[in-house]
Write a protein that binds this ligand. Structure first.
Ligand code: NAD
Length: 463
């Protein structure tokens, strides 16, 4: 065990300290989860559903408490933090319907009855990043528990507080001991143990592509199931036939929400050359009006970055870039960065190709539809993106042409708990959320029940 201080990124003050588990503590928790699984998997579907509804209701009662905790631990603005806490409640509530609807198939075959069952996997290890601690925890907890698995969850080192509170809320709401455990600690210790411990039967990882690849390689030695949600460098494509002003006014929200620390951030904007100047004029006004400040202030649209180290890495991109204009940010304590718009000259520039994960957006012009799709696909990532056009045919062609898991036309919406979410290419493997997510936490079992009428011609004649 070691003690880790938790810091408020808006004030740089220490707000709490958390004990980090070592390998032994992690193993003990995994073994508790494996014991709890033997009971939880046999809880009747209606009873498991009721426990999950109670859990969702308790999360709803704690929405404001969880939101305030996230404001001080992650620097999220209060409006966003309320949405995030409400999202965990809604996800657990949505999947509380699943235990009683985990339907199998009955397949016509000769000589009996053939049916499929969705069996739970066992212990599921969930590894969460610091950028959206609440929703990302919920996206795995909800379907994993609904399917009858038990969960060990490791929050990011910088943001453990809301996940730990979710764990205590679960116990208060009646989720049995050992079914959901929150294990704060280092990725290289607790997270790595999820990969190497044979009792953990699936790892759900959300974080950087570099760490995700390593986790996938580690899981391979046990053929361990894995879902990966990794990085993104998402395009916002604005065609000349679009409502250019609306596209420009929406662009800062698409890029700077959560201070740009968002795998779905539309951090590169492609603008058709004939409307480039018009778009940039409206964008400058919108960026200057984008309010950065105290995350407790109801009017703030953006708070600080998560840490001093991360701020410095973002500032390096700005220092090397061609700055078109910036917004404002507070000075003084806190890890603040001004919303910044960079001009890109080619798709291969670092600012246009690398995930900066801060309030920095790069703009590049394109000639025609073909070039727009080519530039949007010129990246190892494929998580999200937006298309602005009034032409329905073009919206259809371009949305089918861009290699990305989640696209929106004439908006920047991307994540709804009732629709699937995940990435193409180096952005991920598998899908979370939506009606089918529970199946990713099960194995399909096929059973044939003989009707005891032998198919041998001799016995057929006798019967
Ligand atoms: P990170 O990869 O550094 O860490 C993510 C988690 O992995 C943390 O809990 C960390 O402790 C753990 N970890 C680190 N090394 C590990 C190891 N060797 N074994 C096991 N676990 C280990 O990522 P981050 O900086 O916390 O988060 C930012 C990244 O997450 C960005 O790349 C972002 O795009 C990505 N992200 C993706 C999605 C998505 O849905 N695709 C959502 C949010 C964030």
């Amino acid at each position: 065990m070691s003690i880790h201080e938790v810091i408020n990124p808006a004030t740089e003050e220490v707000i709490d300290s958390v004990e980090h588990l070592d390998v032994r503590g992690t193993d003990e928790a995994i073994e508790r989860a494996a014991r709890a699984y033997e009971t939880w998997k046999n809880v009747a579907p209606a009873e498991r559903a009721r426990i999950m509804r109670d859990f969702a209701s308790a999360l709803g009662d704690a929405q404001e408490e969880l939101a305030r905790l996230e404001v001080s631990n992650a620097g999220h603005v209060i409006g966003n933090a309320r949405w995030e806490a409400g999202n965990v409640r809604d996800v657990v509530g949505y999947y509380s319907a699943a235990p009683e609807r985990l339907l199998g198939d009955q397949i016509p075959v000769e000589g009996g009855l053939n049916v499929t069952f969705h069996e739970p996997l066992g212990v599921v290890g969930v590894i969460v990043p610091w950028n959206f601690p609440l929703p990302i925890a919920g996206w795995a907890i909800g379907p994993a528990l609904a399917a009858g698995n038990t969960v060990v969850l490791k929050p990011a080192e910088l943001t453990p507080l809301t996940a730990m509170r979710i764990g205590s809320i679960a116990r208060e709401a009646g989720v049995p001991e050992g079914v959901l455990q929150i294990l704060p600690g280092k990725g290289s210790v607790v997270g790595d143990r999820f990969v190497t411990h044979p009792a953990v039967r699936k790892v759900v990882f959300t974080g950087s592509t570099a760490v995700g690849r390593r986790i996938m390689a580690g899981c391979a030695s046990q053929s361990k199931r894995v879902t990966l949600e990794m990085g993104g460098k998402n395009s916002n494509v604005v065609f000349a036939d679009a409502d250019v002003r609306a596209a420009a006014e929406a662009a800062p929200g698409g890029a700077f929400d959560n201070a740009g620390q968002d795998c779905c951030a539309r951090s590169r904007i492609l603008v058709q050359e004939s409307v480039f100047d018009e778009f940039m004029e409206h964008l400058e006004t919108a960026v200057k009006n984008f309010r950065v400040g105290d995350p407790n202030d109801e009017d703030s649209a953006m708070g600080p970055l998560i840490s001093a180290g991360h701020r410095d890495s973002v500032l390096r991109y700005i220092d090397q870039g061609d700055v078109a204009f910036t917004g404002e940010a507070p000075s003084g304590p806190g890890y603040w960065v001004r919303p910044t718009v960079l001009l890109a000259r080619s798709a291969t520039e670092p600012c246009f190709s690398e995930e900066i994960f801060g309030p920095v957006v790069s703009v590049l012009r394109f000639r025609d539809e073909g070039e727009a799709v080519e530039l949007a696909n010129n990246t190892e990532y494929g998580l999200s993106g937006s298309i602005w056009t009034r032409d329905l045919g073009r919206a259809l062609r371009v949305s089918r042409g861009i290699e990305s898991g989640n696209l929106s036309v004439n908006s920047h919406s991307s994540v709804r708990y009732s629709t699937p979410f995940g990435g193409f290419k180096q952005s991920g493997l598998g899908r979370e959320l939506g009606p089918h997510a529970v199946e990713a936490f099960t194995e399909v079992k096929n059973v044939f029940f003989a009707n005891n009428q032998s198919t041998h011609p001799e016995s057929r004649r006798q019967s």
